[in-house]
Structure formats: C-alpha cells, structure tokens
Design a protein around this ligand. Structure first.
Ligand code: CP3
Length: 344
C-alpha cells in the first residue's frame, strides 16, 4: 500500500492531489445498491461476506474513489453484546431492549468477538477483490462507533433528536453509564484489532453524535474512551478519528493521538490542520448538502477546500458527514472526478 495516495496522506507524506473517499459512499444514493438491497435485509447484507464485499466494491468500481470502506454498521458491536438490533425501512436502527439500569449493563456480553467473525470473513473477501485491481492499490478502511455514540443508540433504543434518555442516564446514573462505556470500549478494542488482523489498511472511529455534548461531558464520557481505545489498538495501520462537533472538540480529538482527525464542515479546515500536532493529518470537510447543488456550485465549493489546503501535507478530501441517500449519483461522481483531476 506504499503507493496509495490515501495511505501517504495519513502519513503526512506529499501527494500530487488530495486522495478522496466519502463517508457513506457504499449506500443508497447508488441505484446498484438498491438492486442488492431489494433482495436482502440490511443485516443480512452485512453478515454475508460475499454481499458485504459486493457493496463495498460499488463505489470503488463506479466512483473510482481512493479508499474503500467496509460495508457494515457501527451498531453491530451493540448487537454482538446482546442488543436486539433491527433496521427498518424509513425507521432506521432499533434496539428493542434498550438499556435502562445497572442490571441491563451487567447482562451485556464483553467476550463477544465470535458474534462478529462475519466481519473478519468479509474483510478477507474484500481484500481478494481489491487485490484484483492490481497496481491501483485501493486501501480498505475498517471502522467502529465511538462508545458514546454506540451508547446513545443502546439507551435511546434508536436514533434521537435530543439524546434526552442518554443525557438523563449520564446525569442520573453516571457510574452505570461509565460501566457501559467501559464495556463498549473493551469490545471495540477487540473488534478493531480483529479487523486489523483480518487485513484492513486503516481504521476510522465514528463519534457521530458527540456534538450533543458539553465540553466536560465530551471529555469524560467520550474522549476518555476514544483515547483509551486508540492507546490499545495494534497500531500497524493508521487510525482516523471522526466526530461531529469537531470545531469545538478538535484539541481533545488530537490529544487522543489518532493519525488523522476527521472534521465536520463548520470550521476552516486549514486553521484546524495548523492547530494539530506536527505530522497529524486531517480529513474533511465538504458540507454534504453541497452535493445536491448545481455542478457549478459543487465545483466552486470543492475547489475552495482543496485550494485552502494548498501547501499542507496530510490532507484527505472527505465530507463533513455521510452522503444522504437522495443525493444524485452524478453529482457525487462529478465531485470525485474534479478532485482526481486536480494537481497542486
Ligand atoms: O459507506 C459506508 O460508509 C460504509 C457503511 C456504513 C454504514 N453505516 C452503512 C449503513 C458506515 C460506515 C456506517 C456508520 C454509521 N451507522 C454511523 C456513523 C456515520 C454517520 O453517518 O454518522 C451511524 C450513526 C450509524 C447508525 C445508522 N445506521 C443509522 C442512523 C442508520 C439509519 C439512518 C440512515 O442513515 O440510513 C443506519 C443504517 C445504515 N447503515 C444504512 C447503511 C447503508 C442504510 C440501510 C438501508 O439500506 O436501509
């Protein structure tokens, strides 16, 4: 993978253009995804290595992106621990046995790697497919949810607008919340090290809902566990830390010592990059809503970010959050092509 632009950027080596991939690139904005999705449930797709590999390869083949991301979900760790998980059309993820108290937390399994073996199997199939691309050297990114974000689903029983149950849980039963976060962190370390052993070329940790937290709560209930996880990973591949809320939390994200900090779209990416320790790369940060717009606007806003990063090593182009399912495929392809044609 030495020649992969993506890997070079994670190492803060010089690249002739920024590498590009997009969060949620393996998904519903592609008609080809629906051809598969119409035949299987989402969890069946994740748990059948050949199908997970087919979906992982769609954006590689159809968009020509510089990195693949494993087709799975951040909530599979919660399921492996004992959460009863389902994904329903138009409803999103559901845990039908939400966590309410200490007893519920005690009942969760920590030695549950056997329940996640299908992910290692999928990684092996995907790597066989990527190897067939020859010189192209497309790395595979593995991932997991950050403990706070996973906890929010386990406690809310699904998605939430205000995280009311999660915050009540953290405020009224802090010791129980910490016990839960510690369990999720332990599982996440085993799970990510399993992915690394199975052959992923990078790891990303998703803390999608960190922006709901105050500074102190982010520090105690999120950052502490991310830092702990990163310190226990087998650091033979680069580690990317993503959160929404990064304009505020970037200094703490950096303090957890990932190789790459992945930011949402609020901040000036150059300013954040320059605030990071020497040699720590940055990923971001196009507002995904730009991809709904006219091509002229897409071009202007994509190039503005690339120009802003001129002269900075260690930059991976990405969105500030995932692609929405109804973004036109053509627009995404246009943006990827623009970035791939650019030369500094
Ligand atoms: O392309 C990729 O990024 C790889 C696959 C991937 C999925 N989920 C597939 C998926 C990744 C990296 C995730 C991460 C994930 N899952 C996050 C963190 C990233 C983010 O967007 O914040 C979160 C918060 C989840 C939880 C989750 N999974 C939600 C809230 C939903 C429903 C809402 C939605 O966006 O669909 C899912 C379902 C899900 N995960 C789908 C896919 C392709 C849709 C399933 C379907 O086809 O119905």
């Amino acid at each position: 993978m030495k020649n992969s632009l993506f890997i070079k950027a994670t190492l803060s080596e010089e690249t002739e253009r920024p590498p590009v991939w997009m969060m949620r690139q393996a998904g519903r904005f592609m008609p080809e995804y629906w051809e598969i999705k119409n035949k299987y449930s989402f969890l069946e797709m994740c748990k059948t290595p050949e199908i997970a590999a087919d979906v992982t390869m769609l954006p590689v083949d159809l968009l020509g992106i510089d990195a693949a991301i494993l087709f799975s979900d951040i909530l599979v760790t919660g399921e492996a621990m004992g959460g009863k998980l389902s994904f329903e059309q138009g409803v999103g993820p559901k845990f039908s046995n939400p966590i309410e108290n200490s007893r519920d937390v005690d009942a969760l399994e920590v030695n549950c790697l056997d329940n996640l073996r299908y992910v290692a199997d999928a990684i092996k199939v995907i790597q066989e497919r990527l190897a067939k691309l020859g010189d192209k050297q497309i790395p595979l990114i593995g991932f997991a949810g950050a403990p706070f974000t996973v906890m929010s689903y386990l406690v809310e029983g699904g998605s939430s607008k205000d995280f009311k149950k999660t915050k009540l849980f953290m405020n009224n039963q802090p010791a129980v919340a910490h016990k839960l976060l510690e369990k999720i962190a332990d599982v996440t370390v085993d799970y990510l090290n399993m992915q690394i052993a199975a052959g992923v070329n990078a790891i990303q940790i998703f803390d999608s809902w960190a922006l709901a937290l105050s500074w102190d709560d982010y520090k105690d209930f999120s950052h502490y566990y991310i830092k702990n996880i990163i310190s226990r990973l087998n650091r033979v591949v680069p580690v990317i830390s993503f959160c929404k809320g990064s304009s505020v939390f970037a200094p703490l994200m950096a303090e957890a010592k990932p190789d790459v900090v992945s930011i949402d779209w609020n901040a000036d990416i150059r300013n954040v990059k320059q605030s990071l320790p020497q040699g720590m790369a940055i990923q971001g940060n196009l507002d995904p809503f730009v991809l709904y717009a006219d091509k002229k606007v897409i071009k202007e806003k994509v190039l503005r970010i690339i120009e802003r990063m001129r002269g900075e090593k260690g930059f991976i182009f990405n969105l500030g959050h995932g692609i929405m399912p109804d973004i036109p495929f053509d627009n995404v392809k246009y943006a990827v092509e623009l970035i791939k044609e650019f030369r500094y």
